[in-house]
Write a protein of this length. Structure first.
Ligand SMILES: Cc1ncc(COP(=O)(O)O)c(C=O)c1O
Length: 423
């Protein structure tokens, strides 16, 4: 299993024991980033072994259930609705708001675009829908545009990496169905000017989605930790939908996000329904058909296990690690932050990219087990910092400096890689 497979793998003639399976898992995951130990600064989140256990137990118990039809599983309907209620408070949702539990940030974004498109195709004179968004908004919007036949109008961000609201306004026309802002955007970790974008949306009569996949939980708690958090959520008049990922800073199992709409009417454009099938009437809320109850139960369990004070504590830990790393970079002779982090994401560049190849630094860090995200433009590294990092951030900083010294000495180079893969 450790080598690249050259032969077709076949099902064993007789079943393996659970012990054999467990040791095969040890083998196959040998080179995976050790995210439980805080080595991943991208892709994985950890609030400690007890929280992982709570999520895992809930997942085990409900993993075989199916939220495609909650008539058969009223437990899932109840848990989804309770999760939405709790999340609604974080998001500043009005009493009219209505949402759905989805499989992740991408599905939430896909659904926000589809709902806006279908609402305007139905209720307005729109014929060729487009959405207007900053270059910083997540790639899932490109995916949505490709899947749903919507034109994407990307507008350059300002020099502080925030959306340029005025420039975006210039790109809105009678076919615009949606504009987008992020709380915070991923690449540089800054919060867009949500009130300015909301005003533009109201003025032009278009929908406005706030991507709070990264910030929906953390900003709700950072604002209670004496941090200045600008208006970022549905409390801002003019925001028509917002997404938040529970499998990120909600610290629950993967496959958990929420898309919240300002009202039920808009939400109704998300769902799918047909009665043209020999199997009878078919309806589903999102992209999936069969939808495991595992992530729903895990989200419900983790949110109840942690409670408000648990999330406050975890956000404090993650923020303390973020501040430590950002201060180290701010005063570093060879590095610069692209922006002071508004939440728990930061990115940095080499001051002299000719002398210090930043991707080679990431390569050296990976040799020591640290997984750091790479991006461009500009050539930079990106860290998503969560609660598990508080106990390892000092060690990470020591390794970062040693890796920088190695790259300066050797002149090594590296490349940008990719955020996701097609394999
Ligand atoms: C701001 C933002 N939006 C959306 C997403 C997409 O989320 P997912 O990978 O869960 O589909 C991400 C992922 O990192 C993100 O950072």
């Amino acid at each position: 299993m450790k080598q690249r497979r050259s032969e077709l793998h076949v099902i064993p003639a007789t079943g393996m024991s659970t012990q054999q399976i467990s040791s095969a898992f040890d083998d196959v995951s040998e080179n995976d980033v050790r995210w439980r130990d805080g080595k991943a600064f991208s892709l994985a989140y950890n609030a400690g072994p007890d929280v992982l256990q709570v999520a895992q137990d809930a997942y085990d118990r409900f993993g075989g259930t199916n939220a495609l039809n909650t008539a058969a599983f009223p437990s899932l309907r109840q848990m989804q609705s309770e999760v939405l209620d709790m999340v609604g408070v974080w998001l500043g949702s009005p009493t009219t708001a209505a949402g759905y539990f989805t499989s992740g940030g991408t599905e939430s974004i896909l659904m926000a675009v589809k709902a806006a498109r279908d609402q305007f195709l139905t209720e307005d004179a729109v014929t060729h829908p487009n959405i207007v968004l900053p270059t910083s908004a997540h790639a899932a919007f490109d995916k949505a545009a490709a899947y749903f036949g919507v034109e994407l109008r990307r507008v350059a961000v300002q020099s502080d990496w925030r959306a340029d609201a005025e420039a975006m306004a210039q790109h809105i026309d009678s076919n615009t169905v949606l504009i987008v802002g992020s709380s915070p955007q991923y690449p540089q970790g800054v919060i867009d000017d949500i009130p300015a974008l909301a005003n533009i949306a109201l003025h032009h009569g278009v929908n406005f989605h706030v991507d709070a996949c990264m910030g929906g939980v953390s900003l709700a708690y950072l604002s209670r930790l004496n941090q200045q958090v600008p208006p970022w959520n549905m409390a801002v008049h003019g925001v028509t939908s917002i997404s938040v990922d529970l499998h990120k800073f909600g610290y629950t199992s993967k496959g958990a996000s929420v898309i919240m709409y300002a009202n039920k009417r808009l939400r109704s454009f998300q769902g799918f329904f047909t009665d043209q099938w020999l199997g009878g009437v078919y309806a589903s809320s999102g992209m999936l058909g069969t939808k495991s109850g595992g992530p729903i139960a895990a989200a419900w369990a983790v949110m109840h296990y942690l409670g408000d004070d648990g999330y406050l504590r975890l956000t404090r830990s993650a923020r303390s690690a973020t501040v430590k790393l950002s201060q180290h970079i701010t005063y570093h002779p060879h590095l610069s932050l692209l922006a002071q982090p508004d939440a728990l994401l930061l990115s940095f560049i080499a001051n002299d990219p000719q002398r210090l190849n930043i991707y080679a630094v990431a390569d050296e860090m990976w040799k020591r087990g640290w997984y750091i995200d790479r991006q461009e433009p500009p050539q930079s590294l990106h860290c998503t910092i969560n609660a598990v990092h508080e106990s390892v951030i000092d060690a990470m900083i020591v390794d970062l400096d040693e890796c920088i010294a190695i790259v300066l000495d050797t002149g090594k180079t590296g490349d940008v890689g990719a955020y996701g893969t097609l394999s």
